[in-house]
Design a protein. Structure first.
Length: 110
């Protein structure tokens, strides 16, 4: 008869004991304050406009003035009523065509 050899008995190995690690209490961090976010202020484009005034209701003399940010830039000039629309449209068209501001167009045209 064939006899079986002794089977090796499985032995449970004990895991090495872990030493209890003392945990330090969490340190309180100083609260970081966010830096204030400021928008960079870029200079705004100046706004040019043409102001045409009349001294009296039915007078034929008009005063035309160029304004930059609502302040007078071009000197006021007297223009006759019949020429006011052509002069003002010429100034505006010149400014658009040459891509210059109204005060430069005013000096060139009027």
């Amino acid at each position: 008869m064939v006899t079986r050899g002794k089977s090796r008995r499985s032995t449970k190995r004990k895991a090495p004991k872990r030493k209890a690690v003392k945990r330090k209490a969490p340190k309180r961090k100083a609260v970081k304050r966010k830096a204030p976010k400021r928008k960079a202020k870029t200079p705004r484009k100046p706004r040019y406009s043409l102001l045409i005034t009349q001294s009296q209701r039915n007078s034929r003399d008009f005063k035309a003035v160029v304004l930059k940010n609502n302040k007078v830039v071009g000197e006021p000039r007297k223009i006759i009523a019949s020429k006011i629309s052509t002069t003002s449209s010429n100034i505006i068209n010149y400014a658009r065509r040459k891509r210059v501001n109204l005060s430069k167009a005013w000096d060139a045209v009027a």
